[in-house]
Design a binder for this molecule. Structure first.
Ligand code: COA
Length: 317
């Protein structure tokens, strides 16, 4: 038994901030941001929260899966930007959608979060403990963005994506994940509750160059590792669904893998980097656009703070 994605959903808040809006806040411009990152606009919450966005994505995924909320046995919500410390955001989603039989917890592995949550869900399914699992990535990064720092505020956005995994008889692939805490300083955000003086503003800080160099090296490596581990040839892969951090990172990964860039769908133009929501939002858009067909082999790859990175192979059903 392994987990099969049988439903997807996503949500992005209505308010949009484009690059020209950002140029009113910091010394930047549309051309620079597009060229260096690929981002054109990002969605920003007004009244929504990490939880309310997660609920919207989850409801859509459940409907698409054709299941009842009561059938869900486990909810894993990946986020680094929850509006709650407790109860966990997953419990709030459970309450809102009526998934009364689910066990619920949150996970934080930053921008690798969806991959790590998906792998955790799959491990539970493969162990036989649960058969129906809801995995959500939901982020309100605008709350953690320093809107005076042009090195970071141009990158991030808010949104949520969800998938329903059901146990089924299909080929099971082994995931590959890594973490390197010794390089954690490259991308940080200290909890506001831990700050005792004005030495830190509790917002995201990043060494952009270091994170860029890490991503373009480690993502191709981990994709090759997961392909090798599962005896899958790179030509067999229909799509590489990468965390949507930056267009140049995705292009560089495609180049290093010597894979056709048309196999690397991108939507960071519209959303910016939505951390653990980016992969499920992209999968949901691909489903809605009719790009996914039964039997296709896909690779997902995430990377981000920690530092952390990982990749999984799955087949569309
Ligand atoms: N607008 C205009 N100019 C900017 C700018 C902005 N928003 N941000 C930086 N610059 C300037 C810098 O001040 C610098 O100017 P200088 O040469 O006069 O000193 C120049 O542009 C180059 O800066 P640098 O930081 O070296 O740019 P870069 O090419 O590395 O691009 C990032 C910056 C952040 C876009 C890039 O490093 C990146 O994408 N990193 C990965 C970040 C990421 O994806 N993080 C999340 C991972 S999950």
């Amino acid at each position: 038994m392994t987990g099969i994605i049988c439903g997807t959903g996503s949500f992005a808040p209505a308010k949009v901030m484009d690059n020209n809006d950002l140029a009113k806040l910091v010394d930047t411009n549309d051309e620079w941001i597009r060229e260096r990152t690929g981002v054109v606009q990002r969605h920003i919450i007004e009244n929504d929260t990490t939880v309310t966005m997660a609920v919207r994505a989850a409801e859509e995924a459940i409907k698409n899966a054709g299941i009842l909320p009561e059938e869900i046995e486990l909810i894993i919500l990946s986020t680094l930007s929850s509006n709650l410390i407790m109860p966990c955001a997953a419990c709030e989603v459970q309450k809102a959608i009526g998934a009364v039989n689910a066990t619920c917890f949150d996970m934080n592995a930053a921008c690798s979060g969806f991959i790590f949550a998906y792998n955790t869900a799959n491990a539970y399914i493969e162990s036989g403990l649960y058969k129906t699992v809801l995995v959500i990535g939901s982020e309100s990064l605008s709350n953690l963005t320093d809107w005076t720092d042009r090195g970071t505020c141009i990158l991030f956005g808010d949104g949520s994506g969800a998938v329903v995994l059901k146990a089924g008889e299909t080929k099971s692939y082994k995931a590959v994940t890594h973490s390197d805490g010794s390089r954690g300083e490259a991308l940080t955000c200290i909890s506001r509750y831990a700050i005792k003086d004005d030495s830190d503003n509790g917002l995201m800080k990043m060494n952009g160059r270091e994170v860029f160099n890490f991503a373009v090296k480690k993502v191709p490596e981990v994709i090759n590792e997961v392909l090798e581990k599962n005896n899958v040839n790179i030509e067999e892969i229909d799509y590489f669904i990468l965390h949507q951090a930056n267009k140049r990172i995705v292009e560089s990964v495609a180049k290093r893998l010597k894979a056709d860039i048309s196999k690397f769908p991108m939507n960071m133009m519209e959303y910016g980097n939505t951390s653990s929501a980016s992969i499920p939002i992209l999968i949901d858009e691909m489903r809605k656009n009719g790009e996914l067909r039964k039997g296709q082999k896909l690779v997902m790859a995430g990377f981000g703070a920690g530092l952390s990175w990982g990749a999984s192979i799955f087949e569309w059903n």
